[in-house]
Design a protein around this ligand. Structure first.
Ligand SMILES: [Zn+2]
Length: 422
């Protein structure tokens, strides 16, 4: 058993008393007041019991964070800074990446491992990464991401999306490459703007859902489409999800249509998505904030990702999930602590729910026993020295201790046993 003494739990009222946390076989097994508790008694007798005791020293204990929309194969973090060269269109970004990704200073696997170390050191205990699959790179990038994630399977919950970054219909052979990636262990099949990029939404989505059905895998579709085009694609995705009986197994990333349509239309399409069991991810973009209140009302799963970081698409991003949580709050214009802390809930329990493929059964987001700090949940957590959760998000202190299944895996901004980051 491990006992973490004297910590303040999130989410709890700011003035809630400190607690001692018991961990048994990698899972939370008890929470009790920090003083005069069975746990405290256990601490006093720990020398005899063999329990490991960690002094929380009044720090805040957050559930482990997750980057559930990463592109580990495109980042350039830690490499020489490169001026941005894309033309600002979706196709231009794709071609700019295609022209330049082979110029990286590390192999795909090594660079992905570097990004993973940064994400874990920031508090991450789960990553869902897209890996680009197209006629140019074939499965090379997928293989690099797979190697890197598999090497960290003991410190992370991981999922890989076989992602057709250049569309499925526009280039020959992509369907077969996706098929191969799924055969080789991809956890989900991706999609990209079926209407406005591939310009053949029926073929695109039929292919995606057929591959998911063939391999028994989930789906995660990039949907940048705004306005009525985005509504169309969301309805098509929801309809196919219902027909295929895939509630909880389909995610839409970005979903800019939810920020670019009148609220009655947004509320209506959210009802459709919630009923179908479609989950959402956001990367906290400058434009395209998702309606968190409406999503929360429907108890839909919503997770946070960092997208590409310092790559051929954008110079932004540093791998820090707490800083991305700040960005999520900032881009929503939040000031109230409850709103800002809701962003941390998305970055932690929300992402866990997205990756778990939980059905929207009306209790999942509050289900601490599966996704957060409840008895029985995996002991994945972050210890951070801050006045409150909101102040932690505002200040992003570097000195964090990150635990996976009750084991310390990162400290002081470094992944233990990982590449040197500072
Ligand atoms: Zn993306």
């Amino acid at each position: 058993m491990t006992i973490v003494k004297n910590v303040r739990l999130f989410p709890r009222a700011p003035d809630a008393p400190a607690v001692d946390v018991e961990i048994t076989k990698g899972r939370f097994s008890g929470f009790s007041p920090a003083h005069d508790s069975p746990a405290a008694a256990s601490v006093r007798g720990a020398a005899g019991s063999g329990a490991e005791v960690i002094d929380g020293a009044g720090r805040i204990l957050l559930p482990g964070l997750g980057d559930v929309h990463a592109h580990l194969d495109s980042n350039r973090m830690g490499q020489t800074f490169r001026p941005h060269t894309a033309d600002g269109t979706l196709h231009g970004y794709i071609i700019n990446d295609r022209r330049n990704w082979r110029q990286g200073e590390r192999s795909i696997a090594d660079q992905a491992a570097y990004a993973i170390a940064r994400i874990i050191a920031s508090g991450g205990t789960r990553i869902r990464s897209h890996a680009q699959v197209d006629a140019d790179c074939g499965l090379e990038r997928f293989h690099g991401v797979k190697v890197a994630l598999e090497a960290h399977a003991d410190v992370l919950d991981v999922q890989i999306v076989a992602f057709p970054q250049a569309g499925i219909v526009r280039e020959k052979g992509v369907r077969d490459l996706l098929d191969a990636a799924l055969s080789e262990g991809a956890d989900l099949v991706g999609g990209l703007d079926p209407l406005l990029y591939d310009r053949d939404p029926v073929s695109h989505l039929d292919t995606v859902f057929a591959l998911a059905d063939k391999h028994g895998k989930g789906i995660d579709v990039h949907l940048h489409e705004a306005g009525t085009a985005g509504l169309f694609s969301l309805e098509e995705i929801a309809s196919r999800t219902r027909t295929a009986g895939m509630a909880g197994q389909v995610t839409v990333s970005h979903a800019f249509a939810l920020d670019t349509n009148p609220e009655p239309e947004v509320a209506r399409i959210l009802d459709v998505l919630a009923e179908a069991g479609v989950s959402l991810t956001t990367v906290a973009p400058a434009k395209g904030a998702l309606p968190q209140g409406l999503i929360r009302e429907r108890r839909m799963a919503l997770g946070l990702g960092e997208d590409g970081q310092r790559d051929y698409w954008s110079p932004y991003g540093d791998g820090d999930l707490l800083r991305r949580t700040w960005q999520l709050a900032f881009t929503n214009g939040f000031r109230l602590d409850a709103d800002i802390e809701g962003c941390l809930d998305i970055a932690s329990r929300g992402g866990a729910q997205v990756m778990a493929g939980a059905r929207p059964d009306g209790s999942a987001l509050a289900d601490d026993a599966r996704f957060g700090l409840g008895v029985g949940a995996p002991a994945d957590f972050v210890l951070i020295d801050a006045d409150t959760v909101t102040s932690a998000i505002m200040d992003c202190p570097r000195d964090r201790e990150v635990f996976k299944a009750g084991r310390l895996i990162a400290s002081g901004g470094e992944l233990i046993g990982g590449p040197r980051l500072s």
